[in-house]
Design a protein around this ligand. Structure first.
Ligand code: ADP
Ligand code: MG
Length: 640
């Protein structure tokens, strides 16, 4: 080997890494000790990976002298102020070190960092992201990683001070001989982190955070015989009574790299057709990449304590926020990761897990509605994807759904909605749109409001999709108030009368003298507006507003049409203009239409349609034409 090959090559960190490091090093983050959890968990992952590789290629671990039993060893050096984390796992090639310890491959990272608020809140939010290897720079200002990829003769050294980049070089002989297999992470501890050379301190931290790591975590001080600090038994294999709430929390944090508490913990063993142990968690907070297009799940599949993959999609996409472990006794160990997707045993476990999760949610909703609501608020928009795609469990998911409605601030279930139906009400009404405030002010709600009819207010993009399925709940069809002809006149007739009375005594806002603009006027409007609308009709849903837009009876809801048009997939159906024929303005225009010339009428008709677009949160179809019409009317008013 030439000297040149030995010369360290400097490389910059990817921008995102540099930013994350800067944030972390300057964070007043108090839980600095979590760095040890992160490095031990990486070391354990590395052992997991090699054990899996060795199933197909036993030579990788055959030579006991070159590595021995899988273990993670902590080696403090009080004199020099170093702490080493040593594993005999899979190791990394030079290129892998450059990639894994120099970039962040997760999509959405940049967006996440861009949206982080300034300190000190940013430090807490990093917890949602999972800090990983880089957290070591909270306690060290110089890190060396010496690694040998399993089966390779080459040993490489990665060195960084955590500022702008790192160097990579081939290890010298002394270094190489220290790493027969796996990786040594060497931390030169900062002055304020020197406690991490103290055996008692290390032991406490390991017991707290890493007790359930599957491999032995050994402490090797000086010439003393190394001793084991953790229990090294799979937490999920223990019985529930043996596991404390803290154990669960720490297992959750190690598995996920997150900092919050699990909101729900599901731990059981299945026996019967198949045997497997399950430990699943629902986080408190949504992770930053929840809506990533990949919809990747993160359940780790083990077979008889051997880690296989976290890619086996053990739960459907709409439960991708659930984290944890499934450990099967029956799936063949030597199955390739690719074959797992179609393995019938895996499929059966998948379906049992899904059933269990949804069942547990239902129980929680009943017993602890407030806890359940938190989960729904964090993950409901994901669960609703299931209403759309999981036909078999649609009914169950509809029961789990909670909605904001016009009935108050409480979230309501469909069962509650149906229990409170008004007299003669046979349908469940909803309105879907971008945000609550705008929905609440929507003209399409007016007659329902006036009659005290509850309306579901749907604000998640996914709502536009599952509502197109024409579903019903408890035999009551769901019906959009922004689509088709809605006639609420037969619902709740008593309330109706009261409100009309109330309105009259208030002084009749719309100066309703009992007359209404007639059919002739509607026909005129339709002719004038022509192609711009698919229909014009007298509205049964408006009370205060003059006009509103609704979607034609067939085809997508207006909200969906908007989403589709942003993606250039719009069907292009023109909206229906509904006109409140009892509204003072409409009546005045109708009266004017009867006498005035056609040119002026087309301006007034155009302005009515423009207004309907604005009320719907859109811009008028032709903004320039709108401005011209508006100016004309204003000038008239000003006598110009
Ligand atoms: P994560 O563990 O979530 O992937 P980390 O930042 O902790 O993120 O680690 C980044 C990557 O570096 C790991 O995915 C792994 O590929 C690699 N890595 C880190 N530590 C080790 C180790 N001790 N042995 C082998 N690979 C490691
Ligand atoms: Mg990690």
């Amino acid at each position: 080997m030439t000297d040149d090959a030995n010369k360290p090559t400097p490389q910059p960190f990817q921008t995102e890494v540099a930013r994350l490091l800067h944030l972390m090093v300057h964070a007043v983050y108090t839980d600095k000790e979590i760095f040890l959890r992160e490095l031990i968990s990486n070391a354990s992952d590395a052992c997991d990976k090699l054990r899996y590789e060795a199933i197909a290629n036993p030579d990788l671990i055959a030579d006991a002298s070159a590595g021995g039993e899988f273990a993670v060893t902590l080696h403090p050096d009080a004199d020099g102020g170093w702490l080493e984390i040593i594993d005999n796992g899979i190791g990394m090639s030079s290129q892998e070190m450059a990639e894994n310890l120099g970039t962040i491959a997760r999509s959405g990272t940049k967006a996440f960092l861009d949206n982080l608020p300034e300190q000190p809140d940013g430090a807490n939010l990093i917890g949602q992201f999972g800090v990983g290897f880089y957290s070591a720079f909270m306690v060290a200002d110089h890190i060396e990683v010496i690694s040998r990829k399993a089966g390779s003769d080459e040993v490489n050294v990665w060195i960084s001070d955590g500022a702008s980049g790192f160097t990579l070089a081939t290890a010298d002989e002394a270094e190489a001989s220290r790493v027969p297999r796996g990786t040594i992470v060497r931390l030169k501890l900062k002055d304020d982190a020197k406690v991490f050379v103290e055996p008692d301190h290390i032991e406490r931290v390991v017991r707290t955070y890493s007790d359930h790591i599957l491999f032995p975590v050994m402490l090797a001080v000086g010439n003393e015989e190394p001793r084991q600090l953790n229990r090294a038994s799979a937490l999920w294999q223990r019985s529930k009574s043996e596991v404390s709430a803290e154990d669960y929390t720490e297992a959750y944090r190690t598995m996920t790299g997150l900092f919050d508490e699990p909101a729900v913990t599901v731990h059981y063993k299945a026996e019967g057709r198949q045997s497997y142990a399950v430990l699943l968690f629902v986080p408190e907070q949504p992770p930053f990449d929840l809506f990533d297009a990949e919809r990747r799940g993160r359940i780790k599949l083990y077979v008889r304590r051997v880690y296989i993959t976290d890619d086996a999609e053990m739960l459907p996409g709409y439960l991708r926020f659930v984290r944890g472990v499934v450990d099967s006794e029956d799936v063949p160990l030597n199955i390739s990761r690719e074959m797992l997707q179609n393995n019938p045993m895996v499929a059966q476990i998948r379906s049992a897990l899904t059933k269990r999760m949804l069942g547990d949610f239902a129980k929680l909703a009943e017993k602890e509605p407030e806890t359940y609501l938190k989960i729904w608020n964090a993950f409901g928009s994901v669960l609703k994807e299931g209403i759309y795609e999981d036909t078999a469990r649609r009914e169950e998911l509809l029961k789990l759904a909670r909605f904001q409605t016009t009935a108050g601030d409480e979230h309501r279930s469909l069962a509650e909605y149906v229990a409170d139906l008004k007299e003669n009400q046979t349908e469940i009404y909803y309105l879907a749109g971008q945000d609550l405030a705008r929905l609440q002010a929507s003209p399409q709600l007016e007659s329902a409001k006036a009659k005290g009819i509850e309306v579901l207010l749907l604000t998640d993009p996914i709502d536009h999709y599952w509502t197109t399925l024409g579903l019903d709940f408890d035999g009551k069809p769901l019906k959009s108030l922004s689509q088709g002809d809605v006639d609420l006149s037969s619902v709740n007739p008593a309330e109706n009368a009261e409100n009309v009375e109330a309105e009259k005594s208030e002084g009749a806002k719309n100066e309703d003298d009992g007359t209404a603009a007639g059919d002739g006027f509607i026909t005129m409007l339709k002719e004038t507006l022509g192609e711009k609308v698919s229909d014009v009709r007298a509205s049964k849903r408006l009370v205060d507003s003059a006009v509103c837009l609704v979607a034609p009876g067939m085809g997508p809801d207006l909200g969906l049409e908007k989403i589709l048009s942003q993606r250039q997939q719009a069907i292009g159906l023109k909206p229906v203009l509904e006109v409140n024929t009892r509204h003072a303005l409409v009546k005045a225009i109708a009266a004017e239409a009867a006498k005035s010339d056609a040119a002026d009428f087309s301006d007034l008709a155009g302005l009515l349609l423009d207004q309907a677009f604005v009320l719907d949160g859109q811009t008028p179809e032709d903004p320039a034409a709108f401005a011209t019409r508006m100016n004309k009317v204003m000038l008239q008013r000003l006598g110009g």
